[in-house]
Design a protein around this ligand. Structure first.
Ligand code: AMP
Length: 224
């Protein structure tokens, strides 16, 4: 199964993509996570992308495409994958199509998570992440058991640099200008499904699994 999640910042792509990947044994590929790891590790790539990410802009296509191609060609992607945050513009979508064609593959489904902008802003503002292990939280929907501390490792919960207000605004602008046209692109390919991304995490995941069932990509919506 080869899936792609589309949606504006804060729509829940990361959370849902990880859940689906884990349940069905697919490789989760998220350039945002990869870039954050590089920043944390202080690598050359990390230094290069740190400022770009903090401003909410896109990392140059050639760098991003190269990283994604490496993951897609890795043995872990053999059973399928879930792309989360790539492609983010038409040039990346074309590059993805070419990469997959070279392997004789193509995308099975593009899941577009739909959430009203007002709700998205609220979500982004209440998003926190563990400074130690990276686990994400939402102070409204999914708060930690102890305020300000990670349930898993006890690390401090912080606001991600790119969740600061100015950055959020820039991320929305970039989304509308560069990423939103991909909805039409994939609708024309006949592989786009829109899923209502409002509601709690499990109910959104159930809706996604119903789409996978509907398209014959899974045989049963396994229990969590
Ligand atoms: P995300 O975690 O998906 O919200 O991504 C965080 C940041 O990483 C974005 O705001 C961009 O700066 C960068 N990034 C993630 N995916 C891409 C991509 N496909 N192309 C360029 N930059 C990306």
């Amino acid at each position: 199964m080869r899936l792609l999640f589309l949606g504006p910042p804060g729509a829940g792509k990361g959370t849902q993509a990880k859940m689906i990947a884990e349940e069905f044994g697919l490789l989760h590929i998220a350039p945002g996570d990869i870039f954050r790891q590089e920043v944390k590790a202080g690598t050359e790539l990390g230094h290069l992308v740190e400022g770009i990410m903090a401003e909410g802009r896109l990392v140059p296509d050639d760098i991003t495409i190269q990283i994604i191609e490496k993951r897609l060609n890795s043995p872990e992607a053999r059973n399928g994958f879930v792309l989360d945050g790539f492609p983010r513009n038409l040039a990346q979508a074309q590059a993805l199509k070419d990469m997959l064609e070279r392997k004789g593959e193509r995308l099975d489904l593009v899941i577009d998570l739909v959430v009203p902008e007002e709700e998205l802003l609220k979500r982004s503002m209440s998003r926190r992440v563990c400074a130690k292990c990276g686990k994400p939280y939402n102070l409204n929907l999914d708060p930690p058991e102890v305020e300000g501390r990670c349930d898993v490792c006890g690390g401090e919960l912080i606001v991600r640099d790119d969740d600061k207000e100015d950055t959020i605004k820039e991320r929305f602008r970039v989304y509308h200008e560069e990423t939103e046209p991909l909805r039409e692109y994939y609708a024309k390919c006949g592989i786009l499904v829109s899923v209502d991304g409002c509601g709690d995490i499990d109910s959104v995941c159930d809706k996604i699994k119903m789409c996978l069932l509907d398209k014959g990509l899974i045989r049963e919506a396994k229990d969590r």
